[in-house]
Design a protein around this ligand. Structure first.
Ligand SMILES: [Zn+2]
Length: 511
């Protein structure tokens, strides 16, 4: 058991509240869709079957004519004005039952796009003619897409952009849905996206901690901080090699802990995130094109934090510890450099090869701290390598584990959540590339070949006590034009994947 010191964090008046309250009322009407539900609704989204039979919709004759147009245009969305007392704008979406979760979420985003043009305040969401499973998946997708689109990211314009006027979502469906779980997942994703989008001067490690402390207070998590002094005492030379280049002494590892209400002997879950608040590349400085956007290099920590938020709101019955490795990778007279040899907290010496491979350095010591507490499962998230993006693009993220059943569970969780992942090899012979003549291990290689795999092999050396461990290289954290139901380039990828993974592993109830 690692003993960590309590450090108090002073609130910063400049920093804004971390979690803008979502005032959208999501409710269910336990009923089959009928004329009555549409009569009073100014806006309605109805998912219908892709087959030839016309679903039993209110105003069926009018809708039939439009559906014919929809079929001819081979489009999956159409807007119909209904002669109801509310003048309903009906958005119809055609759903094939074979759609993957990713495709369904992507369709949901296309369906809700007209809502912003309409300035919709209250919407009705329903299905007609779909089997129960597809209907419930579809409704869940539309609610997720709507809550993501309505969420304002923080901005710093002198004239604020108009906020979404959406007030309520009424889901009409005859069987009870777990809309609470849907909202929890949406809220957690919104948190991850909000933090990741913040400019680097607004989210320094110190300011990040203030936001985290506010969340910890609000949700009853214990919070401890291992600053540079504490990390030095623990010999965390890998983390400190990176943080020492910063002009500020605000880097460190945040440890958050959620305790279930009922005492349990269940093994804990550790969520670990790379939180590099800005990555210049260090002495091996990035060119402007590649340094632009490097405030997002803390996304792994935002996803880990958002995972904790979701699990804590779900009141899971096992302990969850969240480890955030917060630092910046700067240049400066004290910055680490190539050929340095540093010693990590587990005693392993590391030969520095490239100062832009800082993520695996801060994670090495953080994973050591996390695994020393002997959790049952560790999942770490990091925007770690360009080679993972080169291999997968930005619509999938990479997963790495030596545990075959965990690998299978991860791929299944990706399919179920629509946050898709693909596994890479983790064979031991990759370690040959990391052999050093002066230290126990090389940080990376210079030729960059299979760097995502080498990074995962490197990290595996810092996992003590043999817990199950999954490493997620977040290549899908930023996708031009948004991804699945998420409309922003920053996708917050990883929260719903994690919840689905815990569902597949039967640690949480599958939703
Ligand atoms: Zn880097």
């Amino acid at each position: 058991m690692i003993v960590v010191l309590q450090t108090s964090v002073k609130p910063d008046s400049v920093t804004q509240a971390p979690e803008p309250p979502m005032k959208i009322n999501v409710k269910q009407v336990l009923d089959k869709l009928s004329f009555r539900h549409l009569e009073e609704a100014p806006y309605a989204i109805v998912l219908i079957a892709d087959g030839d039979t016309l679903p039993a919709l209110p105003h069926a004759n009018l809708v039939r004519a439009h559906l014919e147009r929809l079929r001819n245009r081979k489009s999956d969305r159409i807007v119909v004005s209904l002669p109801t007392s509310a003048g309903t704008q009906l958005i119809l979406g055609r759903v094939k039952e074979t759609l993957s979760e990713f495709e369904l979420l992507s369709l949901a985003r296309r369906l809700i796009t007209p809502l912003s043009e309409f300035n919709a305040q209250d919407i009705v969401v329903a299905t007609a003619g779909l089997n129960r499973k597809t209907a419930e998946r579809g409704l869940n997708a539309v609610v997720l897409a709507t809550l993501a689109a309505a969420h304002p990211l923080e901005e710093f314009k002198s004239t604020a952009s108009p906020k979404s006027p959406l007030r309520s979502i009424s889901v009409v469906h005859p069987a009870r849905l777990d809309l609470q779980a849907t909202q929890i997942a949406a809220r957690a994703n919104n948190l991850a996206r909000t933090l990741t989008a913040l400019p680097p001067n607004e989210l320094t490690p110190a300011k990040y901690r203030v936001r985290v402390a506010a969340l910890a207070r609000a949700h009853g998590w214990s919070m401890k901080f291992l600053g540079e002094k504490e990390l030095k005492k623990r010999g965390a030379g890998a983390f400190l090699a990176v943080s020492r280049g910063s002009p500020e002494r605000d880097a460190g590892v945040v440890r958050l802990h959620y305790t279930p209400r009922r005492k349990t002997r269940k093994p804990g879950l550790a969520l670990v995130g790379k939180g590099i608040c800005f990555d210049t590349g260090g002495m091996n400085l990035k060119p402007a094109r590649h340094m632009h956007g490097m405030h997002e290099d803390m996304a792994g920590s935002a996803v880990a934090l958002a995972g904790l938020l979701a699990l804590s709101e779900m009141k899971v019955d096992f302990p969850v510890t969240c480890w955030l490795a917060l630092a910046q990778n700067h240049i400066g007279p004290n910055a680490y450099k190539q050929n340095d040899v540093v010693k990590a907290a587990n005693g392993l010496s590391i030969e520095i090869v490239h100062t832009d491979a800082e993520g695996r350095m801060v994670l090495a010591d953080t994973l050591h701290l996390a695994s020393a507490e002997k959790p049952g499962l560790i999942v770490d998230y990091a925007t770690l390598t360009g080679s993972c993006i080169a291999a997968l693009g930005t619509t999938y993220s990479g997963v790495f584990t030596t545990d075959a059943s965990l690998r299978e569970a991860a791929v299944r969780a990706g399919e179920l959540s629509g946050e898709r992942v693909w596994p890479f090899p983790m064979d031991g012979d990759y370690d040959t590339a990391l052999e050093s003549t002066v230290a126990d291990i090389r940080q990376c290689t210079l030729d960059n070949e299979a760097d995502h795999i080498l990074a995962a092999r490197f990290l595996s050396r810092f996992i003590a006590n043999g817990p199950r461990w999954l490493h997620v290289d977040l290549s899908a954290i930023n996708h031009k034009g948004g991804l699945a139901q998420i409309p922003t380039e920053g996708t917050g990828f990883g929260v719903r994947f994690t919840l689905a993974l815990l569902g597949v592993l039967k640690l949480v109830q599958r939703t």
